[in-house]
Ligand binder design. Structure first.
Ligand code: ADP
Ligand code: MG
Length: 348
C-alpha cells in the first residue's frame, strides 16, 4: 500500500545526509522559551529555571512495533512522538522538547521520510513541543525510529509510580482496549488483502478503534485538568502495555495490593461489539491489550469529590495492603489474581 502511494521516488543518496536532515527539519519552528539552541549544532541547548527535568526515550522497530503494510508513515511519525510524550505526562510534567533519531534502509525514498516527518511535525505542533535534534543513519533492513522527550515540572509536582497508599482510589482516564481491537481489525484486513488485493475493506464500523491504534493521543489535557482540579495523584503511569501490567507496576513499586472491579473498567461500545465479533473477552482485552496511552493513577479518598463528576475519569478500584495481593473482582464477585503480562514483543 505504501509503494503505490509514493509515486515519486527520490533516492536518499541524491541529497546526502546533511541535505536530508535540512530537507526534513528545515521548516521546524522553535516555540518553547526553554529551547536556547535547536537543530544545527553539535548539541541542543536547553535552559529551565527552577524546574525538575524529566527525560524519556522509546525505540520503535519495523516488524516489531509497527507494520508499514497498514501503518501510514505519517501516522507512524505522529505515534512515535505521542507515545513518548505520554511518558512525560505520566510524570505529571509538561513536555517541551524531543529529539528524533532514524535508521533507514535504501528501500525508503525521500518521499517516505517526508511523510514520516510530516507526522512528526503535526504532533510537535499539536502538543506544542520543539524538535531540537536527532541522528540519521542507514540500516541494512527496515526502519528504526527513536524519540527522546524532555519535559519540565515544578519540584513538588512530579508524580512517581511508587506513591500509592492503602485506601487510595485507582483511577483511569478515557477507555481501554480500543488500540488492541483496532490492531486485530487491521491484521484481519491485511490477510484479506493478501488473498484479494482488489478488495477495499469497509472499516467505518471500526473507525474509533482503528484511530486508537494508528493515531493515538497522549493525555496532555489530563495533566492540566488535574492541576486545575487541585488533585495531585499519589502515583501515576501511562497505559502502554495493558491495564494489568501497569497496575502491577504501581503496586509493586508502591508496595501495596489492590482490588480492581471488572464492571468499572471503561469500554467504548465499539470495543464491546468488536470483541463480540472476534469472540474475545473485553475484560481480557482491556487488561492485556496495551497501546491505549491513557493515564492510570491513584488518589487519596479526600480528593474523590474533585474528580467524581468528570467524564474523563473512571474509578476502577482501590489500593489495599500488600498482604491482600492484587485481584480482579469479577461481575460474578469472584476474586481472580492479577497476573503479569507485558513484554509481549519477546513472546514469539
Ligand atoms: P553529528 O555529526 O554531530 O551527529 P549530525 O550531522 O548528525 O551531527 O546532526 C546535525 C544536526 O541535525 C544536529 O543538531 C542533530 O541533532 C540534527 N539531526 C540529525 N538528524 C536528525 C533527525 N533525524 N531529526 C532531527 N534532527 C536531526
Ligand atoms: Mg549525527
Amino acid at each position: 500500500m505504501i509503494e503505490d502511494k509514493n509515486q515519486q521516488r527520490t533516492q536518499l543518496s541524491d541529497l546526502g545526509e546533511f541535505g536530508l536532515i535540512d530537507h526534513l527539519t528545515g521548516n521546524f519552528k522553535i516555540t518553547q522559551s526553554s529551547t536556547i539552541k535547536g537543530i544545527g549544532d553539535d548539541a541542543a541547548v536547553l535552559e529551565f529555571k527552577n524546574k525538575q527535568i524529566v527525560v524519556s526515550t522509546d525505540l520503535l522497530v519495523e516488524g516489531v512495533h509497527f507494520d508499514l503494510s497498514y501503518m501510514p508513515l505519517k501516522h507512524l511519525g505522529y505515534k512515535a512522538v505521542v507515545v513518548n510524550l505520554s511518558d512525560v505526562y505520566a510524570m505529571n510534567a509538561k513536555a517541551t522538547q524531543i529529539t528524533v533519531s532514524i535508521a533507514v534502509s535504501n528501500r525508503f525514498p525521500l518521499e517516505a521520510l517526508e511523510d514520516l516527518y510530516a507526522g512528526i511535525e503535526t504532533a510537535a505542533r499539536i502538543y506544542n513541543i520543539d524538535v531540537v535534534g536527532g541522528d540519521t543513519t542507514s540500516s541494512n533492513k527496515g526502519l528504526l525510529i527513536s524519540v527522546t522527550a524532555v519535559g519540565e515540572v515544578d519540584s513538588g509536582d512530579v508524580v512517581y509510580r511508587n506513591g500509592a497508599k492503602p485506601n487510595d482510589l485507582l483511577v483511569v482516564t478515557g477507555d481501554l482496549g480500543g488500540a488492541y481491537m483496532g490492531l486485530q481489525v487491521l491484521e484481519r484486513e491485511k490477510e484479506v488483502f493478501k488473498v484479494n488485493p482488489n478488495n477495499q475493506p469497509d472499516l467505518d464500523l471500526y473507525s474509533y478503534i482503528i484511530e486508537r491504534q494508528l493515531k493515538p493521543e497522549a493525555r496532555k489535557d489530563i495533566v492540566k485538568l488535574l492541576a486545575d482540579l487541585e488533585v495531585k495523584p499519589t502515583a501515576m503511569i501511562d497505559i502502554s502495555d495493558g491495564l494489568s501490567s501497569e497496575i502491577m507496576h504501581i503496586c509493586t513499586q508502591s508496595k501495596v495490593g489492590c482490588d480492581l472491579y471488572e464492571e468499572k473498567i471503561p469500554l467504548d461500545p465499539q470495543v464491546i461489539s468488536t470483541c463480540e465479533e472476534f469472540n474475545v473477552d473485553s475484560t481480557t482485552v482491556a487488561l492485556n491489550g496495551g497501546e491505549d496511552y491513557e493515564l492510570l493513577f491513584t488518589i487519596s479518598q479526600d480528593d474523590y469529590p474533585k474528580i467524581k463528576a468528570n467524564p474523563n475519569f473512571s474509578v476502577i478500584g482501590h489500593i489495599k495492603e500488600a498482604s491482600a495481593g492484587l485481584h480482579l473482582v469479577t461481575r460474578a464477585d469472584a476474586r481472580i489474581p492479577i497476573k503479569a503480562q507485558g513484554w509481549k514483543n519477546f513472546n514469539a
